[in-house]
Design a protein around this ligand. Structure first.
Ligand code: SF4
Length: 241
């Protein structure tokens, strides 16, 4: 795995390539981002952005959403998928905010992950973007791209979060996540477009694929693994920096 300095350098390289890196969810306050992030599970950000204006027009805060009729919430968020479970999470989260936090979104990871429907990834999105507290959300894009680059070495999101936050200064955590997510969506897709990537010179996956007889880098993911998450055993020909 790369050193902290090399990790920071590769993030800065990719941040130059994606100067617009930021969450693509629309929100006006921490509560709206928390609700939108819950809705974004198994849905696109664009799809979530289509339903949240009407949702927040009708239920603008935790108190309103806590007391909402479930069928109204389900109807408003229906197109994002898994709408019954998501409505339950939104209303449970809102009730917990009202009961334990005066209707406000708490500013700590510990308190956030106690809310219904909120895991570390969602908590980090809200901390980093809406509360000004450093957070590094690890989604499937961050997982895939960071492993390919050689700045992480695990298919466990919590472990990758530890590795990246251990290597980067807190001020870069949220930007690093946003940058890796955008890079994963636009270029380092499951089938990566390496010819358009600014980080080929330092990418472990590219170096391995280039050293192999097959043309780089069109390797399929093994069943049960995130695409591009390298196996623990490293080929003798791999080049690490
Ligand atoms: S060189 Fe290819 S595999 Fe490596 S980060 Fe760039 S797009 Fe992804």
């Amino acid at each position: 795995m790369k050193s902290a300095a090399a990790t920071q350098a590769v993030i800065e390289t990719l941040a130059h390539q994606h100067p617009d890196a930021d969450t693509e969810l629309h929100y006006r306050n921490p509560f709206e981002l928390l609700a939108a992030t819950i809705l974004s599970a198994q849905a696109t950000d664009a799809g979530v952005n289509k339903v949240t204006p009407a949702l927040f027009a009708k239920f603008p805060d935790a108190r309103a959403l806590a007391e909402a009729p479930a069928e109204d919430v389900e109807r408003l968020i229906h197109s994002t998928g898994f709408f019954r479970q998501k409505a339950k999470s939104l209303m449970g989260m809102s009730r917990a905010l009202v009961e334990h936090h005066g209707g406000e979104v708490p500013r700590t990871m510990e308190a956030l992950v106690r809310l219904p429907g909120v895991g570390r990834k969602t908590a980090n999105v809200v901390l980093g973007h809406a509360l000004g507290v450093p957070g590094l959300p690890v989604d499937r894009h961050v997982l895939r791209v960071s492993n390919r680059l050689g700045i992480a070495d695990s298919d466990d999101p919590d472990r990758v979060e530890q590795q990246l936050t251990g290597a980067l200064p807190p001020a870069l955590w949220t930007l690093a996540s946003d940058t890796l997510i955008l890079h994963g969506r636009r270029i380092c897709k499951p089938e990566p477009s390496c010819s358009r990537c600014a980080a080929t010179e330092t990418c472990a996956f590219y170096a391995e694929a280039s050293a192999s007889p097959a043309p780089p880098p069109r390797r399929a993911a093994k069943p049960g693994r995130a695409a591009g998450v390298r196996p623990a055993k490293k080929p003798a020909t791999s080049r690490r920096r």
